[in-house]
Ligand binder design. Structure first.
Ligand code: GLN
Length: 481
């Protein structure tokens, strides 16, 4: 199933294809293919067919449905869907059905899009491989012995293999961009505040953003236009309209100044083929009229250290609400405190427990300033250094992930090695800036490589122009048929 969202929506709007047929085709592909991949926690077959019939009825009655008419969209299973199980791939939420739907999902549906299933993730979005799911790992469609990346690995794998043209994920430290890179698709982390997080189950609230997955830059722009824009239900939502992206996509990069971030491209552990792809992308941009220069952003290398204090600190507070009373699982005990402790012990997996302990420690009296306070100061330095870079450059480039997809199990015993997968992606979350991953061919072993495009806050239009040129300069990355 390789049609783009734009192709599907155009055919459905013109009455040339029925949304029901489109959905049936994709459900068929999921039925045959997902046993081996495990991209889904839950397939919404009945809901999707009902939604498709609604779109078809609209077309039949002469109405023009929205820009996503009949397009199947997969949802990371930390996005609330009213009445449909939403688990965060955690035992602690098993059986919970949210009483409301996330704003992004409402907007997809209002545009004629068809939510087709809830996808697997690392428990509570903590991880870089989707192996931390309580329901088993997702596999990389390019090589089933390898991870799809994480934490939005299910959405990335589903879009790469054609279970849906579009997907949604959340990106707190790289969880849309890194799996996009490892699965060979486009993944976007919008500027903090551009997309409403109402109905996204919180991990680290000062970093979380929802973003699109697609197989083309154009499709990613289409989905971002639909989900972006102010929402009074999220107090961090920016009071400006959604950015217009598709209108500027073809404006090219002639005259733009682009910086190649040295700290992220020359970092220890960056696979030579990945660094070479970034250089090739730079050459493609130059050919299209941009100037590309290497630039140093010194504090970028400290992103991981700051992130692994700030994100667990916020998580330890956000996850306090899973107390055995309000949601999902309850393991009984003789008093409330015992019930609470037993529920949390049985309901959370090892990585979530590790983060809660790290975060609680970092916030504890006597250590607060040394850990959390220090990390916040580093965060300020990162914001300052990137803003300085953007005084000179319109956009920046780097690898998305230091390496191509690693084997299942390769990093599960070594949390630190896993954390280093995010070295290139966390700085944009700490700064609140925009960033996205664009597929750029494959390494010799046949695994996809992603190039990251970074832009300042609200720099989405220029970021997408750069991404579009890189996409056209890139060698083929699709999953072989
Ligand atoms: N891999 C990072 C982590 O484990 C980022 C996760 C995310 O963006 N949700 O925290």
């Amino acid at each position: 199933m390789s049609d783009t969202a734009l192709e599907v929506a155009a055919a459905v709007r013109a009455g040339e294809r029925k949304a029901r047929e489109v959905v049936e085709e994709h459900l068929g592909a999921i039925e045959t293919g997902d046993g081996a991949l495990h991209a889904f926690n839950h397939v919404m077959a009945d809901e999707a067919l009902a939604a498709a019939d609604k779109v078809d009825a609209e077309v039949a009655s002469g109405d023009v449905p929205g820009t996503l008419a009949g397009v199947p969209v997969v949802l990371k299973d930390n996005l609330c869907t009213r009445g449909v199980p939403t688990t965060c791939s955690s035992r602690i939420l098993e059986g919970w059905r949210p009483p409301y739907t996330a704003t992004v999902v409402e907007r997809v549906v209002a545009a004629g899009g068809i939510p087709i299933g809830k996808t697997n993730l690392d428990e509570f979005a903590m991880g870089s491989s989707t192996e931390n799911s309580a329901f088993g790992a997702t596999r990389n469609p390019h090589d089933p012995a390898r991870v799809p990346g994480g934490s939005s690995g299910g959405s990335a794998a589903a879009v790469a293999v054609g279970f849906a043209p579009l997907g949604l994920g959340s990106d707190t430290g790289g969880s849309v961009r890194q799996p996009a890179s490892l699965c060979g698709v486009v993944g976007v982390k919008p500027t903090y505040g551009v997309v409403s997080r109402y109905g996204l189950i919180a991990f680290a609230s000062s970093l979380d953003q929802i973003g699109p997955f697609a197989r083309t830059v154009d499709d990613a722009a289409l989905l971002l236009e639909v989900i972006a824009g102010n929402d009074p239900m999220d107090s961090t939502s920016i009071a400006s309209p959604a950015p217009q992206l598709r209108g500027v996509l073809d404006d090219g990069v002639d005259g733009l100044r682009i910086g190649l971030v040295e700290e992220l491209t020359d970092a220890e552990g960056v696979q030579p083929e990945v660094a070479a792809a970034v250089d090739d992308a730079a050459r493609g941009l130059e050919k299209a009229g941009a100037t590309v220069e290497r630039i140093s952003v010194p504090s970028a290398s400290y992103g991981i250290s700051a992130y692994y204090l700030i994100a667990p600190a916020e998580a330890s507070s956000n996850l306090a609400r899973y107390d055995g009373v309000r949601y999902g699982l309850r393991v009984d005990g003789e008093d409330a405190a015992t019930m609470n402790a037993r529920t949390r012990d049985a309901g959370f997996g090892p990585e979530v427990k590790r983060r809660i302990m790290l975060g609680t420690y970092a916030l504890s009296a006597g250590y607060y300033d040394a850990y959390y306070g220090q990390a916040q100061r580093v965060r300020t330095l990162i914001i300052r250094d990137f803003n300085r870079a953007y005084d000179t450059f319109d956009a920046l480039i780097s690898p998305t992930s230091p390496t191509t997809a690693f084997e299942l199990g390769a990093k599960t015993a070594d949390p630190l090695a896993m954390y280093l997968s995010d070295v290139c992606t966390v700085p944009s979350n700490l700064a609140g800036h925009a960033a996205m991953s664009v597929p750029f061919g494959k390494a010799e072993d046949g695994l996809p490589i992603g190039v990251q495009v970074l832009a300042p806050a609200l720099g989405e239009p220029v970021m997408f122009r750069v991404a579009n040129v890189i996409e056209h300069a890139a060698p083929e990355t699709a999953v072989p048929a």
